[in-house]
Write a protein of this length. Sequence first.
Length: 455
Amino acid sequence: MKVCKFGGTSVASAEQIKKVMQIVTADPSRKVIVVSAPGKRFDGDEKVTDLLISLAETALNGGNTDYKVNAVVDRYRMIAYGLGLSEDIVRIIESDLTSRLSNNQTDSSLFMDCMKAAGEDNSAKLVAAYFTSIGLQAQYVCPKEAGLLVNKRPERVRALPKGNERLAQLRHMPGIIVFPGFFGYTEDGILRTFNRGGSDITGSLLAAATDAELYENFTDVDSVFAANPTVVDNPVAIGKMTYREMRELAYAGFSVFHDEALMPAFQRSVPVCIKNTNNPEAPGTLIVTERNHFAQPVIGIAADSGFSTLFVDKYLMNQEIGFGRKLLQILEEEEIPFEHTPSGIDNLSVIIRSKFIDADKEARIISRVKEELNADDVHMHSNYSMIVLVGEGMRHSTGLAARAASAIARTGASIQMINQGSSEVSLVFGVLKEDETKILKELYKEFFSTVPVYS
Ligand SMILES: Nc1ncnc2c1ncn2[C@@H]1O[C@H](COP(=O)(O)OP(=O)(O)O)[C@@H](O)[C@H]1O
Ligand SMILES: N[C@@H](CC(=O)OP(=O)(O)O)C(=O)O
């Protein structure tokens, strides 16, 4: 039995949903179907999730929501008509939106979560209605009834393993299960969404809980490529990679798969296959526990921007017991997670995502580090990018860092920070945002220009 997740582009229009139906019916083992909210149909189009966020913001600001409700309902109406469905399903979706809008808004983030989840929930109802209308045995299943349990606020939304026993029953339900991605419920019955792109997580959770033979993740590209195809022309396709490699690459910028989505499948050893809804015959990328990494030590290069560095200098820092802990505690108290901490004998940098800091927080942190830790120099720089080389074979090969550094030197850019994780599956270069693209292209040339497709 397989779990298949279809992303936003795969359910963006009636034409796409017909492809989904063909993919599902082509293989009777495709039993649990997780769907996203309708995504972009063309460049410049808006995802339904973004429309819903804007609608929720208008409601929270006390504005008139009619126009925005209609925009969302119209997206579903167009799909429903294209699938030959009647106005009934559109009415169900419209009244669902109206009912969500009438929810209590005291806690704006819970209200927002409930609005965002409408995208996937109604998408699943629509797909299930279509499957049934053409004679397939299919049913929409609500995450609440199925037992997709998540933790309570205020922590980051995570699934609770205690829901797995109930989720496992999906395997035994009759027909095709159409399940909305992106959200679950706390034990008190409160709806919460995962981070953006989180339908990938739902698919992985269901694949693990049902002990699926395979988790197929259908998107709009033939495979995961060795570099972002929107930046590097015709990058090589990755035939097979490990969970660890995908996790590192997803974290570092490969938006094709959510970085939190690997763990559930990994824990139950369910292989993951990334495939293309528009070209389902293509083999895709298989993600498994091991691969032969000797032929190609580096499997991919990812880049992501939006980082800031907190630089702290203090003479004899290396001899001061507890300095690192105290510094990180200040960040903890400001609710800022950290990504990397490269250090020297008298200095320490903490790399953080810029989205977690604002001007007030920055000023407070700098003054606290100066006063509480008696630092000699403290400053914060923004506009950094992290470029990450990933590959299981990296720890067995020598000279990789030198090759990467030489390639970066050829671009004329300077390296601001280097960090090699203790797992040695990745090598991180901190660079200025303005240098990101040229460095990525040069590194790609260095490590992949002679590589054909490999598996
Ligand atoms: N290394 C990569 N390999 C493949 N696709 C990538 C990579 N990096 C970024 N992407 C982008 O990820 C997109 C697919 O992810 P996403 O838009 O979230 O799909 P979905 O809506 O199906 O979940 C691709 O269209 C591609 O532009
Ligand atoms: N619709 C949600 C969740 C999701 O996973 O979407 P997609 O599969 O289109 O990345 C979002 O836009 O974040």
